[in-house]
Every structure is written in structure tokens, then in C-alpha cells.
Design a protein around this ligand. Structure first.
Ligand code: GLT
Ligand code: MN
Ligand code: MN
Length: 414
């Protein structure tokens, strides 16, 4: 193949995108509660060892592009759209007004707002560190984000306490720090109750997001389970207002089974918001787009969520790779991420209705029939052949994933 000149490259990528097929129409995409973060679309490709490969994108462009793709909801950190000097000032409300206009113009809604308490130097010791001034500042920021959320019509507020921890041991007393952090959350909930009342709106759903490592060396609330313990610790004045925003990769990062972590959140009635992406176990937060690493696991995750009636947002919290251009972010990255999610969602429905799956699951649950209830060997013998279905079910799910259940076979060379 001849070299592809820079001016011909977008056309080539666009033609191959078309050739991929399998794309949903914006209208079909909008039927799902899929939310697009400002920070994901605007991510410049930078990291500790990486210089940016793209430029930042203003919210007007992100919202306009999301409309074209069919992403119906937008979410943001306070400081994705405001400078530190603007937070809480008149300039903030001017920007919030422009965001409202932009959302209206493009038919999007703001689903969620989140307070950034990890980037600025003021949070070097975390958002609940020893100095009362720092904790007061964190409270101001959380309250302010709640106010912005109400102004934008958001339903959720997310908190990622990635800087709640330490690098070196000794100075940070864990119980005290978690208590101080709870005071911050109590402040946010109480402000929410007041503002919601003033505005005649329901209060926000406050969702905690855990990540096992990064950016602190040790994290005080590293998993969704740790957060459930904190929510139910008695430290919160409004535990009923606080739930979870698990992120698929963050549960995988510590070596857990995301599906089991989600199940525990469901059991506790706290699965309110879900960050969808992909990546690898026991590695850093690579935030790869949904389904590109673990499609089989993702299919199973969506079966769990569908069977338990999860109806919260699916938040595209991933990082378009550094190899993707500013043009590619909206031409390739977002539409393909959304479409893989919808495909897996539909597939999960197909799996649940699949006759082989249904009969196999029902047979396992029916068991092998009565026998001596105290005789382990007799019970095992009565169920032995049924237990083959565990492996058969896994095979069936693989078939559903690759389309082999529709009679598609792959030939081997003679
Ligand atoms: C940060 C983090 C994400 C969180 C964001 C919400 S901040 O980008 O890595 O997983 O969802 O604050
Ligand atoms: Mn996340
Ligand atoms: Mn992540």
C-alpha cells in the first residue's frame, strides 16, 4: 500500500469506520442512559510519562459533538469548566448559564456533577487533611458543586476521594481522617437538602467512587466495599442520600470480580451510578473504552444489571487513547464505545432469553431430586451430571458473544 498522505488520512479512517458497520443511529443510542463526561472528551492524552497528543475541547464543542453521536447526557467536574479563581464567583454563574444554553440548544441533559479534590496543590494532603482551613475549603467546594448541579438540573453528584490517603505513614490518622471526610459529606448533604428545598427539586444522589491505588500511595477508601462500610459507619448524618458509583476498572484493578462488587452494591441498595470502561487486573488506571479488553466479562456484568433492573447512568469514564486524534475522539472513539455498550446490552437481553441458558439454569436449580439429606455422596451422585451444565453455560455464553449460536462456524484449513 502506498503511504497515506496526511490530508487523506481522515477520509481513510472514516471509510473504514463505515466498513465496520454495526453502528446504531443517534436516536437508538439516546434510548440508553449513557452519559458523556466533559473530562473524557477533553482529555489531552497526557500522563506522568506522557506529553499531550491532543488539545483540550471546550464544553460547547463536547456538547455539540455528543448531540451528533446521540449521547443524551453530559457530566463534569467543577474545574473542568471553571478556573480555580472562578469557583463560587460571579464568573462561575456566567459559565453555568452558558452551559445551560448549550445543553438546551443541543437537547442534552446534565446528569451529574463532581468536585475535583485531587488536582490542585491545596489538596496535596487530601480533602480531609489536618488543617481546618483545607477542610473548610473542601466543604465550600462540595457545597458549591451541589449548587451548580441543581442549577444544571443534575440528578447525581459523584465523589472520588483519590487523594484521601498518604504516601508516608504516621501523620495521617485513619479514623480521624475518615471522620473528617464524613463531616465534608454531611456538609454537602445538608447543603443539598437546603438548596433542593429552595429550588423545589429532589435532592441529588451522592455517589462514592473508589479506586484502589493512585494518586496517593495508600488510599483510605480503596474499594466500593470499603465505602459501604464508611456509609454505614454511623458517621454520616444522611446515609440514605449516599450511594455508590463503582467503576468497572477500579474493581478489576485490585483483583476483584467487578460483577461480584456490583452484586454487593446491588444487595445494599446502593448501586446508583456506574462508570463503564475496561482494563487489566492489578495494573494502573488505564481507562480503556468499554468491552475492548474483557468483552465476555462485560456481557456477564450487563446480564447481572439487566436481571436486577439497574436503571442508573452508564458513564463513559474512559480515556480516548493517545493514538486517537482530536477528530478521532468524536469520529471513532465515542461512537464505537457507545455502540459496543449497546451491542453488549442487547446481547445480555438475548442471553437472558436464550432457551439453552434458561433450560440449563432451571435444571441446575431444580437439582437431582430427593435423596438422603445427610449423605454427601448420595447428594453428589444425584447432582453429578447436572453440574456439567456449569461448563456448558460458559460455552453457551461464549457462543452468544461470538455469534456462534446463530449457526456461525469457523472453518479450519483441510
Ligand atoms: C478521575 C478518576 C475517575 C473519576 C472522576 C470523577 S475523576 O478522572 O480517574 O475515575 O470517575 O471525579
Ligand atoms: Mn471513574
Ligand atoms: Mn479509572
Amino acid at each position: 500500500m502506498k503511504p497515506v498522505k496526511p490530508r487523506d488520512q481522515q477520509a481513510l479512517v472514516a471509510r473504514l469506520m463505515d466498513a465496520c458497520g454495526g453502528a446504531y443511529k443517534p436516536k437508538q443510542r439516546r434510548k440508553h442512559y449513557i452519559t458523556g463526561p466533559q473530562w473524557a472528551a477533553s482529555y489531552e492524552g497526557h500522563a506522568l510519562f506522557h506529553a499531550p497528543t491532543r488539545h483540550a475541547v471546550p464544553f460547547e464543542t463536547v456538547i455539540a459533538e455528543y448531540e451528533k453521536i446521540g449521547i443524551g447526557y453530559w457530566c463534569t467536574h467543577d474545574t473542568d469548566v471553571l478556573t480555580y479563581d472562578e469557583v463560587g464567583k460571579d464568573a462561575q454563574w456566567e459559565t453555568v448559564g452558558r452551559i445551560r444554553k448549550s445543553l438546551k440548544k443541543h437537547g442534552l441533559k446534565c446528569s451529574m456533577v463532581t468536585t475535583e479534590t485531587f488536582h490542585h496543590a491545596v489538596f496535596a494532603g487530601g480533602p480531609a487533611s489536618e488543617s481546618p482551613e483545607i477542610r473548610e475549603y473542601a466543604k465550600f467546594r462540595m457545597e458549591n458543586t451541589v449548587a451548580i448541579g441543581h442549577e444544571l438540573g443534575a440528578e447525581f453528584a459523584v465523589y472520588w476521594p483519590g487523594s484521601l490517603g498518604y504516601f508516608t505513614q504516621g501523620a495521617v490518622e485513619e479514623v480521624q481522617t475518615l471522620t473528617w471526610y464524613a463531616e465534608g459529606m454531611n456538609h454537602a448533604c445538608e447543603a443539598d437538602i437546603r438548596i433542593a428545598k429552595e429550588k423545589g427539586r429532589p435532592t441529588l444522589k451522592h455517589c462514592m467512587e473508589a479506586k484502589p491505588f493512585e494518586p496517593q500511595g495508600e488510599i483510605l477508601l480503596p474499594t466500593s466495599d470499603a465505602m459501604l462500610t464508611w456509609i454505614n459507619s454511623g458517621l454520616l448524618t444522611h446515609p440514605e442520600m449516599v450511594g455508590l458509583n463503582p467503576e468497572y476498572l477500579h474493581e478489576l484493578m485490585w483483583g476483584g470480580a467487578p460483577r461480584a462488587a456490583l452484586a454487593r452494591a446491588l444487595m445494599a441498595g446502593k448501586l446508583w451510578h456506574f462508570d463503564i470502561n475496561d482494563g487489566y487486573r492489578l495494573k494502573h488506571d488505564v481507562d480503556i473504552a468499554v468491552g475492548l479488553v474483557n468483552p465476555l466479562d462485560w456481557l456477564n456484568v450487563l446480564v447481572l444489571l439487566r436481571s436486577h433492573g439497574y436503571n442508573g447512568p452508564f458513564n463513559l469514564d474512559y480515556k480516548p487513547p493517545r493514538t486517537t486524534s482530536n477528530w478521532g475522539v468524536f469520529a471513532v472513539s465515542f461512537p464505537t464505545a457507545v455502540d459496543r455498550f449497546i451491542t453488549l446490552w442487547e446481547m445480555a437481553g438475548e442471553l437472558m432469553a436464550d432457551k439453552v441458558m434458561q433450560e440449563a439454569s432451571a435444571a441446575l436449580r431444580a437439582g437431582g431430586g430427593p435423596c438422603d439429606p445427610r449423605d454427601a455422596t448420595a447428594i453428589f451422585e444425584a447432582n453429578k451430571e447436572l453440574l456439567n451444565l456449569h461448563e456448558l453455560i460458559a460455552h453457551r455464553i461464549f457462543q452468544l458473544l461470538v455469534g456462534a449460536h446463530r449457526g456461525r462456524t469457523y472453518s479450519t484449513k483441510k
